[in-house]
Design a protein around this ligand. Structure first.
Ligand SMILES: Nc1nc(=O)c2c([nH]1)NC[C@@H]1CN(c3ccc(C(=O)N[C@@H](CCC(=O)O)C(=O)O)cc3)C=[N+]21
Length: 301
């Protein structure tokens, strides 16, 4: 991929790396299907949000591409907690579904954590069930036989594919959200990755002072343009994970903007574009979780 920026930073190409992962999955899915264990991804979408709907549709397109079966469930925005839990139980019991996600955000009247905790941990395609996060904490030296969080794993796989050394590196993540910051810290500090992790957030006193010490800077704050060139150590690898909607002052229209500001491409050694970086990788790693579960089911049979 040609860099979408002018500076010398090398592109961490999520689209190309995701395509390579999907090609590998295709062969594994064919083998599983031959053995009577076709993987299946379930999704539960509650409500009408067009963004959520588009994400879910994208996940099913990815499934079709690699031969994974699709199980799509939908409920209206005013669905009750009981109705949502009933669909979760259905997916837990469905043998065709080897992994599934409940698309977030859920409507405001629903306690999302209660729903997420009802997911069978072995079918947790997001890798964010408390049992699975707990395993990361309790088994820091591996191996782990359960789904891993998708976006953190996407970040690490993208760095590896780009040739960025993780062993012994100082990896600093900005943001303590469960889907990225918190769980990336748990994953990257594991023995088989061996990075030293710093987790920063809105309470961090001098972010720039700390971020300049990072070999790998993962921007997952959801604050558009938070990471400016002065915050980046020359040559560092920078992953732009955050996405926020900002109003373009010229057109007045809403546009998506990453956490990384203009000019970081002049300082960083490696940079992931946004879009085209961690997003496509997250989708690929979701499929990896579903396929790995099917492979485990087969070997435990
Ligand atoms: N239970 C649950 N699991 C999720 O993983 C989850 C979720 N809920 N709710 C919403 C967020 C958002 N998310 C994205 C994943 C990939 C792209 C992605 O691939 N983006 C493309 C651009 C958009 C596109 O091409 O569709 C890119 O970065 O290049 C975007 C957003 C997953 N999420």
């Amino acid at each position: 991929m040609r860099a979408p920026w002018e500076g010398p930073a090398r592109v961490l190409d999520g689209k190309a790396t995701a395509a390579a992962i999907k090609a590998d999955l295709k062969a594994r899915v064919a083998k599983l299907t031959e053995q009577g264990q076709q993987p299946g991804l379930g999704t539960l979408l509650v409500g009408e949000d067009p963004g959520s709907r588009a994400y879910v549709a994208g996940k099913h397109r990815d499934c079709a591409e690699v031969g994974i079966a699709s199980i799509q469930k939908e409920l209206p925005a005013d669905a009750s907690r009981e109705e949502i839990l009933a669909v979760v139980e259905e997916l837990n019991a469905d043998p065709r579904c080897t992994g599934y996600i409940v698309q977030l955000p859920l409507p405001k009247h629903i306690d999302a954590n209660e729903i997420l905790e009802a997911i069978d941990p072995d079918k947790d395609a997001d890798g964010l069930h408390p049992t699975n996060l707990g395993r990361l904490v309790l088994r820091p030296n591996g191996p782990i036989e359960s789904p891993l969080p998708c976006t953190p794993r996407a970040c690490l796989e993208l760095l590896k594919a780009g040739g960025v050394e993780l062993n012994g590196a100082h990896l600093l993540v900005v943001g303590r959200g469960v889907t990225v910051g918190r769980s990336l810290g748990l994953l990257a500090g594991r023995k088989e990755i061996n990075a030293t992790v710093t987790t920063c957030h809105t309470g961090t006193r001098d972010l720039a002072e700390l971020s300049r010490q990072a070999d790998i800077l993962v921007a997952a704050s959801g604050v558009a343009g938070l990471i400016t060139p002065d915050m980046v150590r020359p040559g560092a690898a920078v992953l732009d994970v955050g996405v926020s909607r900002v109003v373009d002052p010229e057109t007045g229209k809403g546009v998506l903007h990453g956490d990384v500001a203009d000019g970081v491409d002049q300082v960083a050694g490696y940079l992931s574009p946004n879009p085209g970086g961690v997003g496509p990788m997250t989708r690929a790693l979701l499929l990896v979780n579903v396929v790995e579960t099917a492979e485990r089911n087969l070997s435990n049979r």
